[in-house]
Structures are given as structure tokens and as C-alpha cells.
Design a protein around this ligand. Sequence first.
Ligand code: 13P
Length: 256
Amino acid sequence: MTRKPLMAGTWKMNKTIGEAVVLAQDISNNYDDRWKDNVDVVVCPPYVDLKPVKTVFEFDRVPVGIGAQNVYWEDAGAYTGEISVPMLTEIGCEWCIVGHSERRGLFGETNEDVNKKVKALIAAKINPIVCVGESLAVRDGGTTLEFVCAQVKAAFAGIDANLAANAVVAYEPIWAIGTGRTATPEQAQEVCKAIRETLAELFGAAVADEMRVLYGGSMNPGNVDLLVAEADIDGGLIGGAALKADSFIQLVNVCL
Ligand code: 13P
């Protein structure tokens, strides 16, 4: 099975609407016709930028998807400050990051929260990008694989195999995020392979073989080749290097 690579840029809490439109336009201007068949390209701007960014890509008719960085699992109601799945659907959002380590660490998101969000997204046919990854303390303690695979099992608990194939897992070691310290291709492959084995336990080998597992953490044009060359790494979830069109485009074009 050859999985189509996915390159997803997350802008985190960066880019006002004006700045977001400029960046989206810059990406659109550099769109390469070969992307369509060879790589799925997605950007995940802040909520308020989603619609303006989508409009740029729609107007230019370029197949770049948009994703949110978070969502709440209830459809509507008294949940001050939250954004629901139907709201994302109406904007034309096809993707949503869930369980990013910054949300887990800074905003108290639990494995149970992640599971509720994944279920709500899958029910609405928005593809979750589920982030998992260990701290330096866990890595140094030698329990990385157990820790990460437990996160994967918790995120997908109670989800049917026939609904899981479009979900994506992003392995993002916390110690590599925004630090310039990337996991080596061997380290990243070891964990991504264990993730795929866990997905096979949950959903069977055929579904696990279809699901994409990404690496994230200081991915940049200098280290991307060796990472995406690994058998179980199907693309990247990119932070800092996705904030400029030229570096993001270089990362995408590696998949051509
Ligand atoms: P950096 O690429 O800036 O390390 O961020 C990775 C990340 O957290 C993507 O979700």
C-alpha cells in the first residue's frame, strides 16, 4: 500500500487575518500542479483566519485544504469561547488537529477530551490529526513507546475500524517542538512504526496500512528528506517552517 503523503502546516497563534491572507496567497501563487496527485497539502490557521484563507484557495481553485487547531465536541450551547464541529463544517474545514501537546500541557486537555473530539469530528467527516508525543523525561525514562501507544489507544477508544481510515496520527516529541532539536529519522521511525502497530491492533492491519502517520517537531527543509523517507512516516505536521511560504513550499515539494 502506498499512502499519499500529507504535509500540514499549523500556524499556531500566529497571523492576523491580513497576514494570513498574504501567506495563503503566497502559497497559492506557488502551487504546483503535481501536488494534486502526489501530496495532500493542508494549512491550519487560527479560527478567525479559516474563512479568509479558504476563500483565497477557493478563488484560485488550488486544492489546499484547511484545518482547525482545536474543536469542542458539543454541537452548540453554553460553552463560552468554544467552536463546534458544525461551525467548522460550514466553513469547509476538512481537517482538525486534536490533542496537540501545547493544548494538553497549557490548557489541560486530557486523553478523554481528545477521544470525545475525535469521535465528534469523525461523525462529521472532518479528518482528525491526532497529536501524540512524549516529554524528555519520558524519553529519558525509557518508556516512550508505551507512553505514545497508550495515547493512541485512548484517542481512538470506541471508534469503529470502518470510520478510522481517514484519521491521521502525528507523532510530535515534545522536546523537538519549536526547539530546533529534531528527532533523528531512526527515532521518529521507531515510534511511528509502533504507532502503526497499535493502529493495527485497534483497527486491523488493512486499515492501519491506509492510515497516515506524520512526524512533527522542528521539521525544516534541511531535515525533511530523511524523515519522510522512513517507511512509516507519511508526511509532516509543521509549525515554525510553515509560517513562511518559501520554507513550507520546499517541504511540500519534497513529496513530489
Ligand atoms: P515546530 O515545527 O515549530 O517545531 O512545531 C511543530 C508542531 O508543534 C506542529 O504541531
